[in-house]
Design a protein around this ligand. Sequence first.
Ligand code: NAD
Length: 255
Amino acid sequence: MPVDFDVKGKVIAITGAGSGIGFATARLLAEQGCLLSICDVNGTALAECTKEIAALSSSPLNILSTVVDVRKVSDVDSWIDATVAKFGKLDGGINMAGVIPKVINIERVEDLNDEDWNFVIDVNLNGVMHCMRAQLRNMNIGGSIINAASICGVIGFPKNAAYTATKHAVIGLSRTAAKEVGDREIRVNCIAPGLIEGPMQQKSVATRGGEQVWKCHIMRRGTPFEVGSLITWLLCDQSKYISGTVQIIDGAWAC
Ligand SMILES: NC(=O)c1ccc[n+]([C@@H]2O[C@H](COP(=O)([O-])OP(=O)(O)OC[C@H]3O[C@@H](n4cnc5c(N)ncnc54)[C@H](O)[C@@H]3O)[C@@H](O)[C@H]2O)c1
């Protein structure tokens, strides 16, 4: 059943739209009548997802699809400039592009690998900063930004330092921005998912020793659609006094 959020006609930029939560959110927003500028670093996945998203929209002209590496400032700035040039405004930014380290659930802090650490910081933290900076420079009064944190942003996770550090940092960055742009009625919030179905959680669970480890903590895995619904609510005008928050969606894991 369609969810009735007041987001029709809003122009929304989404990173990580080629998979998981970003893709599910783009589908939901296309159905709700948003104009979408979607991006991902994986051009093949993005092309497939773009077809599905465009089919849900009232017109394929409502979708701009761009290959962007969020680590690169020039990619991000050109993407947001092109978004505003095409649609004439920007009402929302959804920054979901993210990675887990190649090595996860094995290394303690004293064993951290520099290359893996820098890779995760570059995508999960620098990438969010690049996107949020470009979005805020172009954001309408009343706009809304939603950044991907994690329950790893609110509690420590042993043998998961790089990812956990980036998600804590995204929360600090978002709270700071929220206080800076409140006078423009712009909101900045984070989502903090627990275990959500998709490729990222499959890799993470596989290295953590299987599903029995999380089954004793939470009711079940969440779905990308459930997270997309939360994001849509944070975008819509009904939530316009909510800013600087971290919205945990984790089936009671981190409580
Ligand atoms: N899935 C979970 O269980 C979970 C839990 C907590 C937080 N999160 C966070 O939510 C966000 C979305 O997670 P997901 O499950 O949809 O992951 P996912 O792996 O399904 O999708 C992430 C997308 O980001 C893209 N991406 C990676 N590096 C990029 C780059 N440099 N530039 C542009 N795009 C890039 C990938 O190509 C992929 O399409 C991530 O930031 C993740 O850390 C996910």
